[in-house]
Design a protein around this ligand. Structure first.
Ligand code: MLC
Ligand code: AMP
Length: 508
């Protein structure tokens, strides 16, 4: 299967089967392919009226709704760049995205209009969209003629910006092209045998690669349907399993499912595929799940900049603790971090990727982009691993200072900067430690200024100081106040040492 763009392929499915179910919503409402396409065309008309032209960014920070997917399709149709943002981001965090991306339109939830209304200007239109389709974006749309023109986007044209990795404390926008999204969608559809007969349990957020570019793109382009849930709710997912064929989730989904007494072979009899990714799935969790269900979770590996890189096979061994071989059309190598020279299989090194899935670059940051690529076009993922005897990639760690909590990325630098701004704090180090539910969780290790009375400042006070500016999922779950941070001879804080010291904080 090959196609040039997600929205064009979706239009093909609409033409074939307009009455086919796309979304099954909680409460039983069904939304068809035809309805979604029509709403997308009306939203496209609104975006054009708002001044959106090809190349413009359309930012979205809204609760999950099917109408938000219609908005995504509308942005692609008019040649815009879709910029979805986590609803957990505070005004402080949003400031950076809005100044950096300069969107033409921001679609926010009605409840947060008060925060953003003041930003509306000649160059920014603020629209609202609520979880039930309320808000200005859709208001009066019935009277608006659908916009049927489809912008003639080239495969190399940008389709989306997703913000990621802030090693300097500032998130960078990864620009993904139509070719990136379409080629990866085609590769996964084939690799995972995804078809119009599939019924996917969609419990992921739609502001990240996993929930949007993997789960939704595969569905929209194959004619499949989704049980579309606002979030992961264990009881709801357990209840839907007997009606569904596929689940895609982060490891936390599987830890929670495997910990539930209702999960057994009979309950998953119609399920043909459980996919895990975005964070490492412990081999023990893989085995526990298989023991309960008789099904091996298929683990794959991706990232915002590259979409999916590797996948365990659909047919053949799905090996716990590995992420499988490279997907067709994609090259994955393990190289020496310093020289970039490929190392022999079995040796640990820098995981690097080349292929049609690899993004166009960081938004307005040509130097940072160049620094992440080798001269021969391989992208340096920042993950560390090896290739095993079967050609499967094994991820053993990360070169980048990053914590992945429940599948959400947290960049320590950003949190350290906020903590260090506390008047009583000299310095801090933020680390990830093992957590039974989230895989990893965030811990802050803090040194107070000389002379500050240690009895007067506590972790709760430091957390309260940073909370207003930081999304809840990034907030440390523990604060350790110490005399000093361990450093190496170069003076660099030894985070590995801290991770070891606090490894048992949540997992006794
Ligand atoms: C929610 N909270 C989290 C959290 N999610 N804290 C840390 N890490 C998280 N991931 C907060 C809540 O705000 C709440 O705060 C408290 O923790 C407990 O919440 P919960 O009810 O247990 O959380 P829940 O809503 O069930 O969410 C957990 C989750 C969710 C794992 C289901 O985080 C999730 O859907 N994660 C998926 C992330 C994702 O899509 N990643 C893909 C990135 S793409 P309070 O105030 O109540 O204490 C990518 C590329 C690739 O990485 O390869 O796919
Ligand atoms: P993001 O920047 O949110 O796209 O996160 C991408 C990062 O998530 C990767 O660089 C990896 O570190 C991690 N990741 C994704 N999938 C897996 C996996 N299956 N196993 C281990 N780490 C993973």
């Amino acid at each position: 299967m090959t196609f040039q763009a997600i929205h064009r392929s979706f239009a093909g499915r609409v033409a074939e089967r307009p009455d086919a179910t796309l979304f099954e919503l909680p409460g039983g409402r069904v939304v068809t392919y035809g309805e979604t396409a029509e709403l997308a065309q009306r939203i496209a008309a609104r975006l054009v009226a708002d001044g959106v032209v090809a190349g413009d960014r359309v930012a979205m920070q809204v609760d999950k709704s099917w109408e938000a997917i219609a908005l995504y399709l509308a942005v692609l149709q008019v040649g815009g760049m879709f910029l979805p943002l986590n609803t957990a981001y505070t005004g402080h965090e949003m400031e950076h995205f809005l100044t950096d991306a300069e969107p033409r339109v921001l679609v926010c939830s009605p409840a947060r209009l008060g925060e953003y209304a003041g930003r509306a200007s000649e160059s920014l239109v603020v629209e609202t969209l609520g979880a039930d389709g309320d808000g200005t974006l859709l208001a009066g749309l019935d009277a608006v003629a659908p916009h049927t023109d489809v912008y003639a986007a080239a495969p190399s044209d940008p389709a989306a910006i997703l913000y990621t990795s802030g090693t300097t404390g500032r998130s960078k926008g990864a620009v993904l092209t139509h070719r990136n999204l379409a080629s990866n969608c085609a590769a996964l559809t084939e690799a995972w045998r995804y078809t119009s007969g599939d019924r996917l349990i969609h419990a992921l957020p739609i502001f990240h690669t996993h929930g949007l570019f993997v789960a939704m793109n595969l569905t929209l382009t194959t004619g499949a349907s989704v049980f579309y849930l606002p979030r992961f709710d264990l009881d709801t997912v357990i209840a839907l399993l007997p009606k569904a064929t596929v689940l895609m989730g982060v490891p936390t989904f599987y830890t929670r499912l495997a910990g539930d007494g209702r999960l057994d072979r009979e309950r998953v009899a119609t399920m043909r595929l459980f996919v895990s990714g975005s964070a490492p799935l412990l081999a023990s969790d893989h085995e526990a799940f298989a023991g309960r269900t008789g099904q091996a979770i298929l683990e794959r590996y991706g990232m915002t900049e590259t979409c999916m890189n590797t996948s365990n096979p659909y047919d053949g061994a799905r090996k716990p603790g590995t992420v499988g071989p490279a997907l067709p059309g994609i090259e994955v190598r393990v190289a020496d971090r310093e020289t970039g020279a490929q190392v022999p299989d079995g040796e640990v090194g820098s995981i690097e990727v080349r292929g049609p899935n690899v993004f166009a670059g960081y938004w307005r940051l040509p130097e940072k982009t160049a620094a992440e690529f080798r001269a021969d076009g391989f992208f340096i993922t920042g993950d560390v691993g090896r290739i095993d005897e079967d050609g499967y990639v094994v991820i053993v760690g990360r070169d980048k200072d990053l914590v992945i909590s429940g599948g959400f990325n947290v960049y320590p630098k950003e949190i350290e900067e906020l903590i260090d701004a506390h008047p009583d704090v000299l310095e801090s180090a933020v680390i990830g430690v093992p957590h039974p539910d989230f895989g990893e969780t965030v811990v802050a290790v803090v040194v107070l200024r000389p002379g500050v009375d240690a009895g007067a400042v506590d972790g709760a006070g430091i957390l309260a100081f940073i909370a207003p500016d930081l999304a809840r999922f990034k907030q440390p779950r523990a604060v350790q106040i110490v005399e000093s941070l361990p450093r190496n001879v170069m003076g660099k804080v030894q985070k590995a040492e801290l991770r070891k010291r606090y490894a048992g904080l949540f997992t006794a």
